[in-house]
Write a protein that binds this ligand. Sequence first.
Ligand code: ZN
Length: 371
Amino acid sequence: MLLARGDHRTNRHGNGTAVHGAHHGAFAEVPQVGRGAAGRRTCSIWATLGVAMLLEPHASPAHAHRVAAAHRTRRWWLAAAAASLATPGVAADDEQPVIVDQSVAGAQIELQFTPDFSAAQREHARLWVIGAAEAVSGYFERFPVPQLELLLQGSEGSGVVSGATFGEPSLHMRVRLGRDTTPAQYRDDWVLAHEMVHLAVPRVPRAQRWLHEGIATYVESLARAQAGLLDAAQVWRGWQREMPLGQPRPGDRGLDHTPTWGRIYWGGAMFCLLADVRMRQRGHPNRGLQQALRGVQRAGGDYRVAWPAERILAIADAAVGMTTLSDLHRDMKDSASAVDLAALWRELGVVEGGPLRDDAPLASVRRAILS
Ligand SMILES: [Zn+2]
């Protein structure tokens, strides 16, 4: 495991890309998010064999293959995690996970706590899950999938450490968190919302994972802000600070061919912002990426299925009656195209160190994205 707890999201940039496990199939990819040793967002671990590799960090891919094939039963991974935490002499009952069935926004989320949480700690975590699920449901109109198994694996201390979403062998999510995480830390967490946004997008071929991470990076802030968990100005300032990390550097060959941390996360997020602004500029301010992505949901596109980016974007475009996403994709996938972010912030009325400006030419677009 390369993930470690770091500081809050202010310093999450870097080259924290890591790939675990063998890649055996165009669509069998797993996004993972967490914080690296330097407080970076290191949500770039894509592991086909993620479950086995996470539980067996030193397993060779061959071993992981065997493990993955041999354990298809529900909750095996949890049982294994619980067993690894158990100490000799502990009664068998104490080693069992604690299951809490939670319905939220029309979906059923099965919370699977490792046995080391107290009842009070589980309750804090449960409320955090509800908050994140409601925020993401608000953005997408509903929770992206009808059912989810969510393993909450406790560790010493406080803070949300890492998260990962798996499409295989069945849809589930795993989050590692300090058992003493406070309500304030839960309220500030972005990891769980980021993972839940992944649920709303079909799995994509490896070269297109920037689209998945870009949507998760971009929408996570919007969903939390729309739910009142984050201030709008904070979102815009955060993007102004971090979006430049997504710009192409010398030697860049386009988003599909430049799998660096910056391009995957912030290059993908920049794609989303540009598309969102253009859609609202060309059509109606109230029809943008949010409405387009809801169209993908309505068409059955979520993490349970694997679609190429072209299909996702064509369906998203159709939902708002434009071709903005597909056009931008064509422009950015195979060639380096720097975005004039300074001009974009100016037009949107996002001023460094100052209040958001309502007299800017695209202020109505900015407000439509996020007041
Ligand atoms: Zn991610």
